[in-house]
Structures are given as structure tokens and as C-alpha cells.
Design a protein around this ligand. Sequence first.
Ligand code: ASP
Length: 452
Amino acid sequence: MIVCKFGGTSVASAEQIQKVANIVKSNPARKIVAVSAPGKRSGDDIKVTDLLINLAMAALKNEEIEEELQIVVNRFMAIADGLELDHTICDVIAEDLHERVQGDKSNEEMFIDSIKAAGEDNNAKLIAAYFNSIGMPARYVSPKDGLVVNDLPERTYALPEAYANLAPLRSTKEIIVFPGFFGYTKAGILRTFDRGGSDITGSILAAAVEAELYENFTDVDCVFSANPKVVNDPVEIKEITYREMRELSYAGFSVFHDEALMPVYKIGVPVNIKNTNNPSAPGTRIVPRRSVTGRPVTGISADSGFSTLYVSKYLMNREVGFGRKLLQILEDENISYEHTPSGLDDISVIMRSNQITLENEERILSRVKNELNADDVQMRHGFSMIVIVGEGMRNNTGLAARAATAISKTGANIEMINQGSSEVSLVFGVLQEYENQILQALYEEFFAHARV
Ligand code: ASP
């Protein structure tokens, strides 16, 4: 059995949904189909999810919402017309939206979630109706029937019982159309995953039914070895391991939601990223293991917007509990961190700058200075992290030297180096303004010259 997921652009219009039907029909193993809400039809279009967020915000402010609601209904109506479905489905959708906006507003986050999820939920109903109308027996299944998630305020994730609940879908006769992006708590409260979270739903379904393959249909032919917006015509990645994909989860690799790796990883279901507009292209396969031949480096990614908390204290290495106390201060501020390179007497904690405000920065600096008696404490902003990833990097002598030389030629200073303990990744912290230049230089070094 194959579980496939179709992203926003793949289900944005009647024409796109027809392509989806053809893809599903062409392989009888494609029995479970997770769908996104209709996404952008062109560059300047608005995703239905964003329209729904606008609608939820207007409802919370007690503004007139009829116009905003109608814009959403019209998007579904255009799709239904294009698919020659009768308008009953649009009436069902309009009624559903009215019901949602009249829902309980006492918890704003929960209210917004319930409206945000209407894009996926109604699209799944519409697509199931369309499949049936063209003679493909299909059934809409709601996440209410088993996709149990945790409670607020944590990030949303599926509870272990969700997998057992959804496992019986494996024996389905019809095609199941399942809305992506949300689940329900044990108390029946709807909660959405992160933006782009329909990938996560597809992955949960694939793991639950122990699918042979999870196909993730999007609008690009494959994952590239570097961000094509920065590097000209980068090499396509045909096969990559879960671990490599995870390490590359910075900019340029967002085709597949990084949280979506976990469910399939646990069971070992391979993922195939494919293009709805070019389904015969082989795409990129994400697999548990692969044989390493050729290049040691699989991909290079980069992201800006990092800050560094630098702390030094003489004899830090002998002070039991120093690291815990430092990280506790960040935990108290609800800050997560990405890397912690350290020396004998100093440590840097690297985190996303969007978690730092003027107030919490001041509090952190003074607590570290006073509670940990640090000799020097500094918070610096404006860094980028550049990550080189490859299973073949392990046991490859001289790779770090090649990378450092390539970076030095751009004139940038390397502010931080961190080699993941698994030796499949090497991270460089640099000043943000050098990011693109470095990405290009590293790509030249490890890919363009085909020197392996
Ligand atoms: N519709 C949601 C979003 O725009 C989820 C998804 O498409 O995966 O983020």
C-alpha cells in the first residue's frame, strides 16, 4: 500500500485535482490520500489557509465576516464548477464555515485552529466527492476517527495511540481521502500542526498502516543539493537518508516538513518526494540507509537569523552543573537552542534570534553574570549557520579543511564550527552578510568540480 499526500499547489484548482485523480488512478496501491487546503494558483494568489486565518481574526475582533467567508466559499465553488460537481458540496462547505465561526471563542488559539483546519477538511470532502463522481470509489475519513494529538500548550504531535487507531485503514477497499494538518485531543478539541503540517499527517498515516511507501507530491521535481534560489542549477538529489534530510532542514530544504520525518523514520517507511505536474520524474527518495558512492557531501543548506550567547568562566570545566544552570536560564525564558560549541573555559549557545527580545536579553545576561558568576557574557546577533551534510563525510579525511579553505576565500571569518557527533554534518557559524557567497563557494568546492 502507498500513502500519498498532495500539497497546496497540487490541489489549488480543478485542473490540479484532475492531475491528482490521474496519479491516484494510475497505481491501485495508492489507497490513502492526504490532502492540503487549496494553495496558490499563481505567484500572487492567496492560500486558502491564509484566507481562513484572516477570517478567524476578523471573527475574533467581532468584525463583519460575511465577505471574508464568501471569498473562501468562492474558492471551493470555482473548484467544484471546474470538476462539474453539483453545488450541494459548496452548501455543505458554507454551512461548515458558518458553524465554525460561531464556535467558542474563549480560547483564541483553539478558535483559530478550528477555522484554519477548514481548508483541509472541506477539500478532502470535495476531493472524495469528485473521485466518486468519476467512478473512483472513495471515502472521506475525518481525523476525529483516530488521529489523537496532545493538549495545548505544547507543539502539536500525534499520541502513540493514534497509530493503533488508524492502522485498520490498511484494509480499506475504497480510496481514503484524509484531510492533512490537524488532529483532535482526547477531549475532542481540534488542534493544527505547524504550517505546512499536512506532510506530518501523511507521514502518520503511512506509519500507522505500515505503508510500503509514502509519496509526497509537491510542485518541484526533487530536492536539490543546495538552495536553487542562491546556487545556479544545483545537482538533484536522487536518494538521501532520513538523517541527512533532517540535518539539512534549513533554508532551501523546506519541500518536506522536518517534523514529518519522525513517524516514517520510526517504522522505516521510505518517502518519495514527487511532482504532481511531472509525475513520471523519479523525484527524491528519503530512505533509512543508502550505500555511499561518489560524492561525500549530499547537500549544503544555510539559514540566517541566529544569535549567540557567549559565556566564559575560568575553570568552567570543573564546575559540576554549569551547563545545566545555563540552559535552565534559557528554559525559563522558553528559548530553544540549536548548537552549543564549547571550550574548557567557555561555551556558546546558538539560538534563533526571533526568540530574543530586548527584555529577555537583558534578563538572560544579568542572570548568567550574577547566578553563574561568569567572567564574560555577551549576546551577539546577525549570524548564519551553514551546514554541510553527507553520509559519505564520515571517514573522509580533509573535508573540513576543504570547506574552511573555500570559506576563507570569500573573506569571511568562521565564528563557530560544530561537527555533529554522527560525523554526517559540519556546521559553520558566520556573519549573515557572507551567507550566499559561502554557499556558492562550498557548492563549487563539493559539487561543481566533481572532485570527490
Ligand atoms: N494548509 C496548511 C498551510 O498552508 C498546511 C499544509 O498545506 O500543509 O500551512
